[in-house]
Write a protein that binds this ligand. Structure first.
Ligand code: COA
Length: 178
């Protein structure tokens, strides 16, 4: 069991008891808007949380004061000790700095406990909350890609291509007091 905390939050492995809190935000169109998935059904949430319980590269983000699970942060491991970061938070608990606080803690964990050397994240060029989050944490914008990716289709079933930014940070650039 991996668990670490910040002033307001606990980051820990998923538990099957997280299904209802997970469904609360993963079933929403606004969560899926910039993601490769569509809003989850309740059954898809059960299946996803069941898989997440077996993984140590995705953390549930939990409010210390209430035990409420308000979001999740995942990372994938690639070549050259590089990690890709991803996150989804419940909009009811957004705009309070929780995602910033949680991402900083997970970045610290990757650099200090998982021998990460470089962390990157990608987001649509109109996903302004995500752009602000990455820049607030201190990621550098490394690339801007025009119509490089498609996650959604239009009414006629044609792929909608979107522009994306790539952001990154090196371990030597990271100071945990950011
Ligand atoms: C991306 C996402 C995690 C950002 O969430 P968020 O609530 O904006 O981020 P935070 O929790 O860090 O809150 C930061 C905001 O709260 C404000 N804030 C309030 N109290 C704060 C505090 N104590 N500390 C830091 N920020 C605080 C900040 O000013 C900031 O507002 P701003 O974005 O208008 O400048 C969220 O929008 C989300 O989950 N979106 C759907 C999924 C998604 O798009 N994922 C990413 C795909 S690339």
């Amino acid at each position: 069991m991996i668990q670490f905390e910040t002033t307001r939050l606990i980051m820990r492995n998923f538990s099957i008891d997280d299904v209802n809190d997970f469904y609360e935000y993963m079933s929403l169109e606004c969560t899926a808007q910039y993601e490769s998935f569509e809003p989850f059904t309740y059954d898809e949430c059960i299946a996803s949380v069941t898989r997440r319980c077996e993984r140590d590269n995705v953390f549930a983000v939990v409010l210390k004061e209430s035990g409420k699970m308000i979001g999740d942060i995942n990372f994938s491991i690639e070549e050259y000790d590089t990690y890709e970061l991803g996150y989804d938070f419940n909009p009811t608990y957004c705009k309070k700095g929780y995602a910033t606080e949680a991402c900083k803690a997970v970045i610290d964990y990757i650099f200090k406990e998982r021998s990460g050397r470089r962390i990157y994240a990608e987001c649509d060029d109109d996903n302004f909350p995500s752009i602000r989050l990455l820049e607030r944490i201190g990621f550098r914008r490394e690339g801007y890609f025009i119509e490089d990716v498609t996650f959604k289709k239009d009414g006629a079933g044609n792929p909608i291509y979107v522009n994306s930014y790539s952001y990154a940070m090196l371990k030597r650039e990271w100071t945990s007091d950011k």
